[in-house]
Write a new protein. Structure first.
Lengths: 209, 686
């Protein structure tokens, strides 16, 4: 356990240093690296303890990369969360209750790699929500018994083209409130997203460096 | 139960007839063979050892053997892991016929009392050429005792120990001329145990159970023998999976076996056998708060097997053995799409012989037909060559398979806590359209047309190469190298998404895995009073697809939830869950004959192993948390008074090893080792 903590400390330090960037030409805005903690993405309904499913509903929690803030705007959003479902403001609605209309042309994909290793956008991989499902559905691992945890799968990095044509990459770190060291599906409050993202604020720039 | 120790009747081959003093087994070839002459890795645990270590149940006995470990599953009780293969891949027989009741794949061997056992025969390596399904990793055959001496004899044995555990045995034996009758009664009960922080699931709830077994063996004449056997097992166990519910699990099991043997002449013999067994487990749960019904689950499995066998020995160097039979199986179970019924005919043939003086050969094959999955052809070949008096070499290659279980074919289950659904392979075609009509499906991921075929049995090719070296008659070294190449392992995958946001999963053949390693055994009998033995197993058990994923750099890990992920290399892949790379045992037996006293000290070691993925990449890698290595030491002493009375005392787990959870969120602990157990035993021979 002690070594684990030491490792994580080192990893955090590495993570912090590797995200700071410099040397950009003067006219470009600086690439931002931000951590969002405890973005709450509640849901109504689901399956009760007896296994009876009830209809799912509830507003998605929307996020706007240009402001770096949660928003309730009907149009000014890029990505939105409801429990484990993540949708983007682009493509076709799956038609679930309270699912917002797609008004933008946001596109995204899940890349495989470390957060730092995703240096550029692979435009050919960009996709949108469709009748076949959400393009960002495969971001977590459900551990099943005995821990019943929702774990962000390591190495899954979301790459997204925002509604105004900028790019961001996102690494989801935790689904539980305050990103606990040893999450407990029975004790910790779920549906609280913690994620890191890097936002490229310059038009048309596909590089995250 | 069942049977007859076939050793007494199925002797077909003069050259193979051996003295009773020598260890003989029937499991490897279904004919009587001297253990040391077999070309396969095999082992016998005798009654003497069982009695001297004061064993009660099969799980604690097998745990002390090299390369075997009882692994407690989250559901399904304690199963046995052999050559790194899970417990569902080892066939468990009593007197040559199989036990059933694998509701979640595992056969709970703690339900088997060892109070009436003559010996336990263990054959490692795929043995489907004789036994068909489940004999993929190997076979464990429990041979029950039969009356030896004429007249009426009885034996009472009682053991009491920690956790208020009682084990009472009565053996009644009668023998007169051709007739022998054995009746065995066992009652076993315990208050169980619980770790302070453990989820209730993982510790043992209070239980009591009974085993009744009667066997009648009658020699109609010198050439014809009839056997009838019946066994009944009943267990009641409290059931408290969480703090809010309580209930009970009741297990009812019966087995009956009839067998008629006839020897036509020196060359030909035949055996008619009829076996039937039913395993029934009923559980219910009530909510504690208002004592209302919460859930129930029933399992009711039946197996009926008529079988004819024949042996033919044209001369003393060659013999043939074959069989023909049919399995009829039914299952009624909660959460099933249907009540399945199977009929599977089978036929097998085996040749045993010595084409050369120092060479012994076994060739065999079996065909299992089936309506619901692909039919199977299982060949096997084994050779043993005697280099000289001290050294032999043996090798075998065999095919093994495990039929898809009822769950994998017919499950129709929706998880009560999360809401996902699991469908058996054969249920997909009917259930998906139904759910779709209900409006419960949002998207279909795998088209149901992929479920038009049949699920293939999991299968493996096993290779074993070994040598025995006996520098003196009292000293023996054995080495066996093994590899099991497994394919078509059945796993679950997402086939559709539900409108509730959860998935529908079903089974499919996907994984390839292997287990390989080395087993080493040595025994040294210093004199009649002192003996020492030791064993070691080295094991690598890996999923081939996982290994490739690591190799291709597709696997990542993170050290804590707030740290970024990093890439893993091939060396970071540890292997399958619940496998220890190193396992070892040491046993010292000492008897002082002039005092009628014997004592023994036994130790087992298990190196670290992982129980589940702790860092979110679904693989077990070097950055996961592991269960720490441990060793357990047991000591026993027994003294006999006036020939008929024996008093025993012992301590299992002398150093009181436990690995209990440190907190309620600590799930990496050893659930099946409760700590030190102190017991006394009384045995009366009448």
């Amino acid at each position: 356990m002690k070594t684990l903590k030491l490792f994580s400390l080192i990893a955090i330090l590495i993570g912090m240093t590797s995200c700071s960037n410099d040397d950009d030409p003067v006219q470009l805005l600086e690439v931002e690296s931000v951590t969002v903690s405890n973005l709450f993405a509640p849901q109504i309904g689901g399956v009760d303890q007896m296994g009876n499913p009830s209809p799912i509903s509830g507003e998605f929690t929307k996020f706007d990369f240009s402001t770096g803030q949660v928003t309730t705007s009907a149009t000014e959003w890029d990505i939105a969360f409801r429990a484990t479902s993540i949708i983007i403001n682009g493509g076709v609605s799956l038609g679930s209750t309270d699912e917002p209309e797609r008004t933008g042309d946001v596109a995204a994909y899940i890349a495989s790699g470390t957060f730092a290793s995703i240096a550029d956008v692979e435009s050919s991989q960009l996709g949108q929500d469709s009748g076949n499902g959400y393009v960002l559905s495969d971001w977590y691992t459900y551990t099943g018994p005995p821990t019943f945890l929702i774990t962000p799968t390591p190495g899954k990095i979301i790459v997204i083209r925002t509604r105004d044509g900028k790019y961001a990459k996102v690494e989801i770190l935790s689904y539980y409130k305050d990103a606990p060291e040893d999450p407990d599906a029975f004790m910790d409050e779920e549906r609280y997203y913690t994620f890191n993202y890097v936002y490229q604020p310059n038009d048309g720039q596909t590089s995250f460096e | 139960m069942i049977g007859l120790s076939q050793s007494d009747t199925e002797v077909t081959h003069d050259s193979l007839k051996v003295q009773e003093l020598d260890e003989v087994m029937v499991t490897a070839t279904r004919t009587v063979r001297q253990l040391s002459s077999l070309p396969l890795p095999a082992q016998i645990i005798g009654k003497k050892e069982i009695q001297r270590i004061n064993s009660q149940r099969l799980d604690d006995l097998l745990n002390e053997q090299t390369g075997l470990i009882t692994v407690s599953e989250f559901v399904g009780g304690a199963g046995i892991q052999m050559q790194g293969l899970d417990s569902q891949y080892t066939l468990i027989l009593i007197d040559g016929v199989p036990l059933i009741g694998r509701s979640a794949g595992t056969l709970d061997i703690s339900r088997i009392s060892v109070g009436n056992i003559k010996q336990i025969e263990i054959v490692k390596g795929a043995s489907s050429s004789l036994y068909g399904s489940e004999a993929l990793g190997g076979v464990i055959n429990i041979i029950t005792d039969r009356p030896k001496d004429a007249g009426f004899k009885s034996n009472i044995r009682y053991r009491y120990g920690t956790f208020n555990t009682h084990d009472a045995n009565i053996n009644l034996n009668y023998k007169k001329e051709g007739l022998s009758i054995n009746t065995f009664i066992n009652r076993n009960s315990s208050d169980g145990y619980q770790f302070a922080n453990a989820a209730n699931l993982n510790t043992v709830d209070p239980y009591s159970n009974y085993t009744f077994n009667t066997k009648v063996d009658y020699a109609i004449n010198a050439k014809t023998n009839l056997l009838a056997s019946a066994r009944y097992y009943l267990q009641d166990q409290e059931y408290a999976p969480t703090e809010d519910e309580a209930g009970e699990i009741t297990i009812n099991e019966w087995n009956t076996q009839f067998k008629l043997d006839h020897e036509y002449n020196d060359r030909w013999s035949s055996y008619f056998e009829f076996y039937a067994t039913r395993y029934k487990a009923d559980e219910f749960l009530n909510t504690l708060e208002d004592n209302t019904f919460f859930s129930n689950s029933d399992y009711n499995e039946l197996l009926i097997r008529p079988e004819i066998r024949a042996s033919f020995a044209p001369n003393e160097n060659h013999s043939f053995f074959g069989g023909l039979g049919m399995d009829h199986e039914t299952l009624n179970r909660t959460d099933f799409s249907t009540n399945p019924r199977f009929n599977s005919p089978f036929v097998y043939l085996q040749y045993e012989g010595s084409p050369l003086d120092k060479l012994n050969v076994i060739l065999g094959a079996r065909f299992d037909g089936h309506s619901d999955y692909d039919s199977q052809f299982s060949p096997k070949a084994a050779l043993r060559y005697e280099l000289n008096d001290k050294i032999d070499l043996k090798g075998s290659v065999g095919y093994g398979f495990k039929a898809p279980d009822f769950r994998q074919l017919y499950f129709d289950f929706t998880n009560g806590f999360v809401g996902y659904t699991i469908l058996g392979y054969n249920a997909v075609n009917t259930k998906i359209p139904e759910l779709d009509q209900d409006g419960q499906i949002s998207t279909i991921v795998v088209p149901i047309s992929e479920y038009n075929g049949a699920l293939r049995p999991e299968n493996s090719v096993a290779y074993n190469f070994g040598t025995t070296f006996k520098p003196f008659s009292r000293l023996k070294f054995e080495v066996n190298l093994f590899r099991n190449d497994i394919q078509d392992l059945i796993d679950t995958r997402l086939i559709a998404n539900k409108t509730n946001g959860q998935g529908i999963f079903s089974f499919y053949n996907v994984n390839k895995a292997y287990t390989q390693g080395l087993e080493f055994n040595t025994s040294w009998k210093l004199n009649n009073e002192f003996s020492i033995s030791g064993g070691y197993q080295l094991l690598f058990a890996k999923d081939k697809d996982a290994q490739n994923a690591f190799k291709d750099g597709e696997v990542f890990a993170r050290l804590s939830p707030s740290s970024p992920s990093f890439q893993l290399t091939e060396d970071d892949y540890f292997g399958l869950f619940n496998r220890s790379r190193h396992m070892a045992n040491l046993k010292i037996f000492y008897s002082i004959e002039k005092w009628n006293l014997d004592t023994n000290l036994r130790g087992t070691y298990r190196s670290k192993y992982g129980l589940f993925d702790t860092n979110g990449n679904s693989y077990l890698d070097n950055f996961d948390e592991f269960v720490n290595p441990y060793s357990i030491w047991d000591w026993a002493i027994n003294k006999t008074f006036w020939a008929k009375y024996q008093v025993g005392f012992g301590i299992d787990n002398i150093f009181d090893f436990t690995d209990a959870p440190e907190s309620e969120t600590d799930l990496l602990f050893v659930g099946n080792i409760p700590g030190r157990i102190i017991y006394t035993k009384l045995n009366i021979q009448l």
